[in-house]
Ligand binder design. Structure first.
Ligand code: ADP
Ligand code: ADP
Length: 235
């Protein structure tokens, strides 16, 4: 089954002689359980693609289907994007974006409480996730007391809290050393395989590419699949 289908996404910023075509006819299918690496030079359109699929920065034209729901068709949204995004998409940024005045566990809980879960249930689930990610002993710490790697693990826990069917990460390991970076990548693969989520990770780290099922490359706004190893995309 398909987790994500992006069909002919084009994004034009500005207009007239300030017009920039950041992405043209970019298409990608990601199966449930598939982990995709998105490579490409700076300015090639990777963030534009990822934020389009993440329903943060809608494309100028093209269709986005999540699961079996056509969510976005050009400028027309077929879902309440905010709540759809919160329920179905986990987004991880380059920097962890944790809320500084909440503890680690509260940072994870807040994602679930915004979805209407009780404090008690969200606490249990948050602690389970922190345990799963190896940072349960940091639950009561504020972000400023944690290392970059620990902060990123908590951000990953937060992104997984609502069991999203789609996980999108924009250079999530940029702030981490090679070993820690690899662990985060392996974690995405584990979650994808265990939960059947579709995962797209923008990365420059060529040493961890073996973790991914499929590799795409963006160049001047054109997206190409460059490697397929294990996954066959089928409906
Ligand atoms: P990457 O993530 O690969 O570095 P981006 O998607 O950020 O690439 O950018 C692709 C192109 O779109 C670049 O030419 C960039 O300057 C342009 N761009 C990105 N965001 C905007 C914006 N908000 N307004 C105008 N141009 C933008
Ligand atoms: P490891 O592979 O490191 O031994 P496990 O997969 O056995 O870790 O999980 C360790 C703990 O995390 C267990 O308590 C388990 O219930 C919990 N756990 C496992 N998978 C998930 C998940 N997807 N979401 C939340 N908790 C999980």
């Amino acid at each position: 089954p398909i987790a994500i289908e992006a069909a002919k996404l084009t994004k034009i910023y500005g207009s007239g002689n300030t017009e920039v075509v950041a992405m043209r006819d970019a298409s990608m299918q990601v199966a449930q359980g598939e982990v995709v690496a998105l490579l490409g030079p700076s300015g090639s359109g990777k963030s534009t693609f990822l934020t389009a699929v993440g329903l943060i920065n809608p494309p100028t034209s093209g269709q986005i289907t999540i699961g079996d729901k056509l969510v976005l068709d050009g400028a027309t949204a077929h879902a309440n994007l905010r709540s759809f995004r919160r329920r179905h998409i986990g987004f991880i940024f380059q920097k962890s974006n944790l809320i500084p005045f909440l503890t680690a566990v509260e940072n994870v809980q807040i994602a679930m409480q915004l979805n209407g879960q009780s404090k008690r249930a969200s606490y249990r689930r948050a602690m389970e996730l922190l345990d799963y990610l190896g940072v349960a002993d940091r639950a009561a710490n504020y972000p400023s007391m944690l290392s970059g790697g620990q902060q990123q693990r908590i951000a990953v826990a937060r992104s997984l809290a609502n069991s999203p069917s789609v996980i999108l990460a924009d250079e999530p390991t940029a702030a981490l050393d090679g070993q820690r970076g690899r662990q985060v990548m392996e974690l995405f693969a584990k979650v994808a395989h265990e939960q059947g989520a579709g995962v797209i990770v923008v990365t420059h780290d060529h040493r961890s590419l073996d973790v991914f099922d499929t590799t795409y490359e963006m160049e001047d706004g054109i997206l190409n699949r460059t490697k397929t190893t294990t996954m066959e995309v089928s409906k």
